[in-house]
Design a protein around this ligand. Structure first.
Ligand SMILES: Cc1cc2nc3c(=O)[nH]c(=O)nc-3n(C[C@H](O)[C@H](O)[C@H](O)COP(=O)(O)OP(=O)(O)OC[C@H]3O[C@@H](n4cnc5c(N)ncnc54)[C@H](O)[C@@H]3O)c2cc1C
Length: 462
């Protein structure tokens, strides 16, 4: 069933209640359902063009998503039309140029699997099910980022349909300003149908996750933050306090109370022994604090790296918060322990820090609108309103953490880690926001895509 058009203009969008509408509006975060007035899954650039032209004629705003992993950050879609981009093409790898052409809708797992047979790795994050395009447009912090920088710095070309219904391919030689804007500029430039992104030569990785009883948090966090200050740029790791539910899939030793998890990866192109040494620099002092309950750190094949952070593959209800933090001094470490540690009463399922620094901290020559993150750590904390935990309790705890860590909050955010639309967001400087707005005015004067712009990426009233 199709959503009605105006004056006999046949709509390509499906109505609420239909199967196609249900497929196109599916999101990962079950707390943030998408409820546009019509929705379609576009599988070719031509279908995207048709949707764009129809939305213009109908005078409706057009929204776009791929997997709905960032649904809680999107503005409400009521009264608007939604395109879910899921191009029917496959990921293609050019091993000589070390580039993957990634059709919109492809998941990182698909890119990783296409690149691995060529000895190449992709700048994926911690979930195989996140859409590569949505992640790349917002920056993207990967296991390779401390060596290679934000994932969006590796975007070489973008194919998109702009508000005039035209398909374009933008790269450094053609429309470099649009390419600049698409790399972290906060959206609202059109529907992307494919991206070309650089890959890295990688032979293997030393990666895994080690878990300790929550009571060791104090010394583990002190040791980890001290190590992080001088860590090699080849390693990316995170330290989280996790509260697993008591379910059959989770071993009892991990679900019987809060645990501390240190996961990460040392991808290597050369010598495995050097990578083992880098991993040991992290794990040796932590294992000296106490013996882990479980420890999977070991040499792994490149495609395994994407699974190390253990993100949920299936849709879940999530409510959380995010900040970019300065380096934590002794008082900062203490504050974090008090806020999310075993005695904090925290209802958050996972809360902790991901390491930044290295190439992530340096402006990237020729990078896009967002080309680096000027902070020491990503703080993320999130929980699920299940088993008696209410959304109110989660929000209240997030607010408590935010205020307790205010001294170390840089006031900036990484767009891919922002958890809700309501939380403060600041990742672009005013001069960049002005430059982005000028380009949007040129490309989309009627504001067809304006509701897709992330807060802080425009001065406009959205
Ligand atoms: C479990 C989990 C793990 C994650 N791990 C990481 C991580 O390790 N590192 C990291 O940096 N981030 C991570 N993220 C965040 C993730 O990168 C962002 O949520 C990202 O925006 C998801 O992209 P998507 O296309 O899958 O999501 P969607 O919700 O489908 O899209 C997000 C936004 O991207 C834009 N967009 C998507 N597709 C298109 C398109 N075809 N054309 C134009 N605009 C489009 C739209 O503005 C849309 O609102 C994670 C998120 C989750 C839920």
């Amino acid at each position: 069933m199709r959503a009605g058009g105006q004056g006999g203009d046949r709509s390509p969008f499906a109505f609420p209640g239909s199967h196609d509408y249900g497929t196109a509006t599916r999101v990962f975060n079950l707390l943030a359902p998408a409820r546009p007035s019509g929705a379609l899954t576009a599988t070719t650039p031509e279908e995207v063009g048709e949707a764009v032209r129809y939305a213009r004629r109908a005078g409706s705003r057009l929204r776009v998503h791929s997997t709905g992993h960032a649904a809680a950050v999107a503005a409400p879609m009521e009264g608007q039309l939604l395109v879910r981009a899921r191009m029917s093409e496959r990921v293609e790898v050019d091993p000589d140029r070390r580039v993957a052409r990634v059709p919109a809708g492809a998941l990182w797992g698909e890119v990783v699997d296409a690149a691995a047979p060529h000895g190449l790795a992709a700048p994926h994050g911690s979930s195989a099910n996140v859409g590569a395009v949505g992640y790349l447009l917002r920056g993207g912090v990967s296991f390779y980022s401390r060596r290679h920088g934000l994932a969006s710095n590796g975007v070489r070309a973008v194919e998109l349909v702009t508000a005039d219904g035209r398909s374009r391919r933008v790269d450094e030689a053609h429309d470099p300003e649009i390419l600049w804007a698409l790399r972290g500029g906060g959206g609202g430039f059109g529907v992307v149908t494919a991206v070309e992104v650089s890959l890295f030569p990688v032979r293997g990785a030393v990666a895994g996750a080690a878990f300790w009883e929550g009571r060791h948090l104090d010394r583990l966090l002190e040791t980890w933050t001290a190590w992080a200050r001088g860590a090699s740029e080849d390693i990316m790791s995170s330290l989280r306090v996790m509260r697993f539910p008591r379910v059959p899939d989770v071993p009892e030793e991990l679900s019987s109370g809060p645990v501390v998890c240190v996961d990460g990866a040392v991808p290597y192109a050369g010598d495995e022994r050097a990578a083992l040494g880098t991993a040991h620099d992290l794990l040796g002092p932590l294992r000296d604090v106490a013996a882990p309950i479980t420890d999977t750190w070991a040499p792994v094949a490149v495609p395994e790296v994407i699974r190390m952070h253990m993100d949920p593959p299936e849709p879940v209800p999530i409510l959380g918060d995010h900040m970019l933090l300065e380096d934590l001094d002794e008082a900062g470490v203490r504050a974090l322990i008090d806020l999310v540690g075993p005695d904090s009463g925290s209802p958050l399922v996972a809360a902790g820090l991901r390491q930044l620094g290295g190439s992530l901290a340096r402006p990237h020559p020729g990078g896009g609108a967002l080309d680096h993150l000027d902070a020491a750590f990503v703080y993320s904390g999130a929980g699920a309103p299940l088993d008696g935990v209410t959304p109110g309790a989660l929000s209240a705890h997030c607010a408590r953490v935010r205020s307790g860590l205010a001294r170390w909050d840089t006031g900036t955010t990484a767009p891919t880690f922002v958890e809700t639309r309501e939380q403060p967001q600041r990742h672009l400087t005013p001069d960049r926001v002005e430059r982005l707005d000028r380009l949007r005015e040129e490309l989309d004067p009627t504001g067809l895509f304006h509701a897709d712009i992330t807060p802080n990426a425009t001065f406009r009233d959205m």
